[in-house]
Design a protein around this ligand. Structure first.
Ligand code: NAD
Length: 493
């Protein structure tokens, strides 16, 4: 099959420069951003130097006290204005996301909607951050416990959810009263730029949010992380880079939140509603061309239902329409030629290791970086896949003999982000749900993201949570005031 795709240019409304201290500004260098559906340059964007990055942190540091002093209602009003502007620009966001990340327009619209909801969730929390007041244990003083913003933050985001990641991080940080330097992913700078433009247009003060794009992610981050004025890093991306940032954070004991890789098991027990499981597995595996940290990485199916599940899953996989996300398709391209080549190598390696390819298995020739939706079947655990994220439109099915074996295999990974479980038995759902070593477990559902829920993982999948009531506290630190008071009898005598 030969891919032929249409080319659409990026809207002139999308800023192409850095945003530092309230000003959009050029850098000395620039780099090209490629549309993965065509393989051709979409536009060029300013490439921040170490000096630009330093300027961005200077601005965030200078604005910190000002932003912290803005009254909660006033801060919330800015958020509500920004939320209204976001909604007005929904289609511009969706098209930009599709152009730079490749995801189908329907998925971009879905990501937009969820991102706007996250932003609103944080806006609603601003006026509801309470402390406590208590007597000192031995009298003579009072305990006032409150929360303060941690201080200037570095936010580092990946390309696979270009709006959700920045909206979720910056929403929480800004709501908490922190100022930020946000660094976009090299592949998807333009969605971040549109988001920051919304905040500028809503009236967020200069220096509160600063945006940099760079081809030197390692250099820029290590410079910022070695500056003791930076007080927080919030990172979403691979476990390897997260680990590097954590060791850099150790130097000045910088507060860190990490949303890292996943190796999600998708368990289908023998009593599951197979049609529902197949439907959810298709979404959970092929959404964003499989490039999601919460994707179903290992589909673990009880042997009694494996034939039915696999037959129906393969049938639905074959029906998926692959193509340019601007057209009516189900699966877009892989984000880059480098990632597409990695997928090719990985599938070849897994086939050599004994996996059976039930459908797909090849890159598509022609424009862009497309890979066929693929289903592979394994007869046992596969060493080549141990602790590996497929991160591709490639499904791996593993038959198991029992519920206990399914659980043991699911937990046999260094990761602990999202797991999924399909069963009609509530007791089994609770027992497995409680024993799966993952931060999140979807029971009879393949999608869990919700602003009201704490998103995050354990083990090598990260530290901290985004969203829910916990999300905003990642950017706040408890502050305890011990206030000496004379006994009331003395005062009132
Ligand atoms: P990545 O780690 O290569 O890149 C993520 C970000 O880190 C990008 O902005 C990149 O420019 C930057 N970066 C790269 N090298 C760096 C360095 N040495 N120092 C500082 N920053 C650096 O990850 P990716 O390939 O862009 O994204 C895929 C990974 O992200 C997968 O492992 C996926 O599971 C994970 N992810 C996790 C979540 C989650 O919430 N847990 C969400 C999305 C993606």
């Amino acid at each position: 099959m030969q891919m032929k795709v249409t080319d659409v240019s990026l809207s002139e409304a999308v800023p192409r420069t850095l945003f530092i201290d309230g000003v959009w500004r050029e850098a000395q260098a620039s780099f090209e951003v490629v549309n993965p559906a065509t393989g051709r340059a979409l536009a060029t964007v300013a490439d921040a130097s170490l000096t630009d990055a330093r300027d961005a942190l200077d601005a965030a540091v200078a604005a910190q006290a000002v932003w912290h002093a803005v009254a909660p209602r006033e801060r919330a009003n800015l958020f509500h204005r920004a939320h209204a502007l976001l909604i007005e620009r929904a289609e511009l966001f969706a098209q930009t996301m599709t152009l730079e990340s490749g995801k189908p327009l329907t998925e971009s619209r879905g990501e937009f909607k969820l991102s706007a909801e996250f932003f609103l969730w944080y806006a609603e929390q601003i006026a509801h951050l309470h402390g406590t007041f208590a007597d000192g244990s031995h009298g003579g003083y009072r305990i006032v416990a409150t929360h303060q913003p941690v201080g200037p933050c570095l936010l580092v985001t990946p390309w696979n959810f270009p709006l959700l990641m920045i909206a979720r991080k910056a929403g929480a940080a800004l709501a908490a009263g922190c100022t930020v330097v946000t660094k976009s992913a090299r592949e998807t700078p333009f969605t971040s730029a549109l988001f920051v433009k919304v905040l500028e247009d809503a009236g967020f003060p200069a220096g509160v949010i600063n945006l940099i794009h760079t081809t030197d992610a390692a250099g820029v981050s290590s410079q910022l992380m070695s500056d003791r004025r930076l007080r927080k890093v919030s990172f979403t991306g691979s476990t390897g880079v997260g680990s590097t940032l954590l060791s850099q954070a150790a130097q000045h004991i910088i507060n860190a939140s990490m949303e890292l890789g996943g190796d999600g098991p998708f368990i289908v027990l023998d009593d599951a509603d197979i049609d529902a499981a197949v439907e959810s597995a298709i979404v959970c595996k092929f959404r964003n061309a499989g490039q999601a940290c919460v994707a179903a990485n290992r589909i673990i199916v009880h042997e009694d239902v494996e034939e039915e599940f696999t037959r129906k899953f393969v049938e639905k996989t074959r029906a998926l329409r692959v193509g340019n996300g601007l057209d009516t398709v189900d699966v877009g391209p892989i984000v880059s030629a480098r990632q597409r080549d990695r997928v090719e190598r990985m599938v070849n390696q897994l086939t050599e290791a004994g996996a059976e390819v039930l459908t797909g298995g090849k890159a598509l020739a022609g424009d862009g970086y497309f890979y066929e939706p693929t289903v592979m079947r394994f007869t046992g655990a596969c060493e080549a896949l141990r602790d590996e994220e497929l991160f591709a439109p490639v499904a791996a099915i593993f038959p198991v003999k029992s519920t206990a074996q399914a659980l043991a295999f699911a937990n046999d990974t260094c990761y602990g982000l999202a797991a999924y479980l399909f069963t009609r038995d509530i007791s089994r759902a609770i027992a497995l749900g409680e024993h799966l070593d993952f931060g999140m477990v979807g029971i009879n559902r393949g999608i869990m993201a919700d602003p009201a829920a704490p998103f995050g993982g354990i083990k090598a999948s990260g530290l901290g949570r985004e969203g829910g009531h916990d999300g905003i506290y990642e950017f706040l630190e408890p502050k305890y005031l011990a206030i000496t008071v004379k006994p009331a009898q003395e005062i009132l005598a």
